[in-house]
Design a protein around this ligand. Structure first.
Ligand code: ATP
Length: 246
């Protein structure tokens, strides 16, 4: 692990939402946030509800465009450092394939695609053969205790916890340098939470870096190598009150 070159560097990142349906009201959510993450680190985002944890994670995946600042990520293919705040959509798609993964709270189901194939897909996108990817998908689904009778079915009708485990397997199958985790254990029982903790630790030991939000204090304690405290800058409620008072 090279501690000198961070996988991710964030400099003075700020994000303000403009609420067009409320007369262009401005809602500052992140103010000059800076941090770096190295291979093997698991950075846990801390802070109360509304502090901007999910918004920050979405900026790091390029779903939200930051208002100012830099998000520097080292591309796995070229080793080139790219700024997510100033990147083309084509480059972002390539980065998501080989450099940065995202485990959201909810699974995006593709009709008629089996759970196992859905999990295998990110590894195939990195060049692995179908057989190898399906085998690795089966191993992960088994570790996450998803009953084998479900592997061949599309996950649309699965329970929340079953869908979340398919999503986690899909996130962990391809060893990208950076993995973003948005409450990956929120719908899981204690046994499966323990599996996810082990997966995170193994991935970090193998040199991946993680940035995550974890609902459960026990999980935060178990996985964090660093913490980033965030504070609520303003709340939608107080802004709504201000708008009504104006
Ligand atoms: N797309 C959006 N448009 C407008 N406001 C938004 C948007 N996304 C988030 N916000 C606002 O930004 C603030 C931060 O939200 P965010 O979801 O990032 O917080 P959080 O720390 O993840 O909260 P929680 O722990 O409750 O999930 C909230 O006040 C929220 O209403």
């Amino acid at each position: 692990m090279n501690k000198n070159h961070p996988v991710l560097e964030v400099h003075d990142l700020s994000k303000t939402f403009t609420l067009h349906q409320q007369g262009g009201l401005e809602l500052p959510v992140l103010n000059a946030v800076s941090f770096e993450v190295h291979a093997g680190d698991c950075l846990v985002l801390d802070g109360p509800s509304g502090a901007g944890k999910s918004s920050l994670l979405r900026c790091l995946y390029g779903n939200y465009l930051a208002s100012s600042g830099e998000i520097l990520l080292r591309a796995a293919d070229s080793g080139e450092t790219l700024d997510l705040c100033r990147i083309s959509p084509q480059r972002l798609t390539a980065l998501r394939r080989d450099t940065v993964g995202y485990v959201s709270q909810f699974l995006r189901v593709i009709p008629r695609v089996s759970s196992q194939a859905l999990v295998a897909e990110p590894l195939q996108a990195l060049g692995a053969g179908r057989e190898e990817a399906m085998q690795r998908a089966a191993e992960l689904l088994a570790r996450l205790n998803l009953p084998e009778r479900l592997w061949g079915l599309p996950p649309a009708t699965f329970s929340g916890g079953e869908q979340q485990r398919v999503n986690i397997a899909r996130g962990f199958i391809a060893p990208k340098p950076l993995l973003l985790l948005d409450e990956p254990t929120a719908s899981l029982d204690a046994a499966n939470r323990a599996v996810v903790i082990t997966l995170i630790r193994e991935a970090c030991a193998a040199g991946q870096a993680m940035v995550g939000i974890f609902h459960d204090a026990e999980v935060r304690e178990a996985v964090a190598t660093q913490r980033l405290p965030l504070q609520a800058l303003s709340s939608a409620a107080s802004h709504a009150e201000m708008a009504m008072a104006a």
